[in-house]
Design a protein around this ligand. Structure first.
Ligand code: NIG
Ligand code: FE
Length: 407
């Protein structure tokens, strides 16, 4: 056997593989499912950047013992590289004034109805040049990377004209050639009704269906399509129309549902076999039932609840019913301007009563599942990509404990 292309990582103090999480496909997670190996070793094929063997340091098979390229990882704690499965990362300007208004008692929906909210970011983003958006996005991606993120989904949705939505999606395309993080692009033209279509949202939906989706799909600028179902934004029937056209054009579906009001968006997501349904703070008991029996991943956004002062999603009920639950920052200027994905595990454990294994799976394996990438990343197993996040800690339990300050 030619060992030249292999690398041996030896004596890893603690390696959190999530092997059991993967075999249970992210449901019913126990501590054992983390598959923690104390004093671990790993063999990686540097040609493919995939794991070829993993186990205990004192059980390295004979054929790998002579690998010349080896690293002593004594004292290191490894978990899979973190996956951020939901961001609105490309925008200009900030929304500190929205925050000030909420601090004075206004709600998110009231601010939006008065022309603030997403529409404030819309005007700044439309005015911004491609280069400005690109430079700003690079800074943001860099911040995510510092928190251990290696794969990151980005939605459009602050342009809401064909020209500016294309500007955002092309920005993601160019970013992918300039940053080491793997980017997943999502087209989200139904994020809000743009001012040109005020009181004519059906016309806006028809335009997206007849012209924008075909153009974006044809140019292969997005993998997913997302829509915000909420009073004052888009209805379930508008979302259904949009998603069916998107699916016809080979875009996969994600849906923002039940953030402030339960309108039936989760049932739609399940009916459409969406990859994920996100937020769910106000999900109804029937929709918990339906979602738990489906393959659609429940993506929870505790940072948005914290920042808007609204209820947290019923994580325990979802998990105990059998749902696959992922966690995200939902990074955006309005409801969660945080890039700190580890902090979301602190909120998940302390505020939503998730266990540490559930929270860790939420930013690794189940976040990969929310992007359809769970056979590639999200756990450390033979055949999977060698993507590791090294914690500056003695144990994986420090990740939620450190309150977002583990650097
Ligand atoms: O996921 N809910 C809709 N979209 C974002 C908020 C966007 C904004 O307010 O700018 C969210 O919370
Ligand atoms: Fe969002």
């Amino acid at each position: 056997m030619n060992l030249e292309s292999f690398v041996l990582y030896d004596r890893v103090h603690q390696c959190v593989t999530l092997s059991g999480v993967a075999s249970k496909k992210g449901r019913g997670i126990t501590t054992e499912d983390l598959g923690v190996i104390e004093n671990a070793a790993m063999v990686v094929d540097s040609n493919t950047a995939r794991i070829v063997w993993i186990g205990k340091s004192d059980q390295i098979p004979q054929q790998y013992q002579q690998i010349p390229n080896r690293f002593d990882c004594d004292g290191e704690v490894w978990i899979p590289e973190l996956i951020e499965c939901h961001t609105h990362l490309i925008f200009a300007g900030d929304r500190s004034h929205d925050f000030a208004m909420r601090a004075s008692g206004k709600t998110y929906s009231e601010i939006a109805a008065q022309g603030g909210g997403i529409l404030t970011t819309l005007s700044h983003t439309r005015e911004a040049s491609f280069e400005e958006l690109l430079e700003n996005a690079k800074l943001e991606i860099d911040r995510f990377q510092k928190w251990g993120v290696g794969t990151l989904e980005i939605k459009s949705g602050y342009g809401l004209s064909l020209e500016s939505e294309l500007k955002i999606l092309k920005c993601i395309q160019v970013l992918q050639t300039q940053v080491p993080v793997q980017l997943i692009p999502t087209f989200m033209p139904a994020h809000a009704v743009p001012p040109e279509y005020k009181n004519r949202s059906d016309d806006y939906v028809s335009l997206i269906c007849s012209e924008w989706i075909p153009e974006v799909a044809q140019a292969k600028l997005a993998q997913y399509f997302d829509v915000f179902i909420e009073d004052g934004f888009f209805s379930v029937s508008q979302a259904e129309k949009l998603c069916l056209v998107a699916q016809d054009h080979d875009l996969q579906i994600k849906i923002h549902a039940d953030q402030f009001k339960s309108l039936g968006g989760t049932s739609l997501a399940v009916r459409l076999n969406a990859q994920s349904v996100d937020h769910l703070d106000q999900i109804s008991p029937q929709d918990i039932e339906a979602l738990s029996k489906s393959n659609t991943v429940a993506v929870l956004c505790p940072g948005a609840s914290l920042f808007t002062g609204t209820p947290y999603a019923p994580a325990r009920k979802l998990i105990d019913s059998g749902a696959r639950v992922a966690l995200t920052t939902d990074f955006n200027p309005g409801t969660c301007p945080s890039r700190n994905l580890p902090l979301m595990t602190t909120l998940a454990c302390a505020q939503m009563k998730m266990t540490i294994p559930e929270a860790i799976a939420g930013i690794t394996y189940n976040a990969a599942a929310a992007l359809g990438l769970e056979n590639e990343i999200g756990s450390l197993e033979v055949g999977k990509q060698f993507r590791v996040c090294q914690l500056k800690a003695d144990s994986y339990e420090s990740l939620p404990y450190c309150f977002g300050e583990l650097d």
